[in-house]
Design a protein around this ligand. Sequence first.
Ligand code: GLP
Length: 245
Amino acid sequence: MKVVTYATAPRAAAAAASVVLEHLSQNPRLVLGLPTGNTPIPMYRALVRAHQQGRADFSRATTFNLDEFVGLGKDDPGSYRSFMNALFFDHVNLPMTRAHMPNGRAKDWRREIARYERRISSAGGLDLVVLGVGGNGHLGFNEPGPTLDAHTHRVALRPETRRANAHLFGGRWREVPTHALSMGIGTILTARHVVLLATGAGKARIVARALNGPVTTRLPASLLQIHPDVVVVLDRDAAARLTGT
Ligand code: GLP
């Protein structure tokens, strides 16, 4: 894995945005996997700025978000769809028909997860996926456990994950949905290029365990060690506990 460290979180996010822009300029039909969370917010702002300044054309790109809460959709302020619309989709020229997210309000979630997986394959798979990491090491909503699901699936969220997402629900963690639909770890790992963005002292331990520790389903981000093309973009705080970089 290539690890690059910047002095501050905004610089790290800008670097992640530059990777996206570089891929987009080389391949206007880029198929891009996208994360939610607080960490990528400045990256989305940088991408919107680049678009407004005429440096980024998303008109032929396709995006697939990593996850969505079960039961929530675009009309719910706590949904990841609302988050993505407000921060990114509403401000760039990506056709909404190609801004894919798992549909948390699908009546039949089994059909929905199969449909999502099919859409990713028929788009030709992910060229580049940008990831954040949860405090417990999750990627998307692939929660730590004795096993992981390879493909898009329905997942029960762990209490710590519901707490980490409480800010989307007025700080009330019990209002965070109990389940989500998430792209699977196998689908993430088949992306041709991966960028992992992590910032802040709160991520230092998990980043060190993911990069320097054993590969284990108990820490889903550690599986990135087996991917041939990962760039880990960190700020100094998140890199503080790394060894050997
Ligand atoms: C959520 C998302 C993850 C994200 C994580 C980290 O749980 N499902 O994809 O990586 O939050 O969030 P933050 O960047 O706010 O620490």
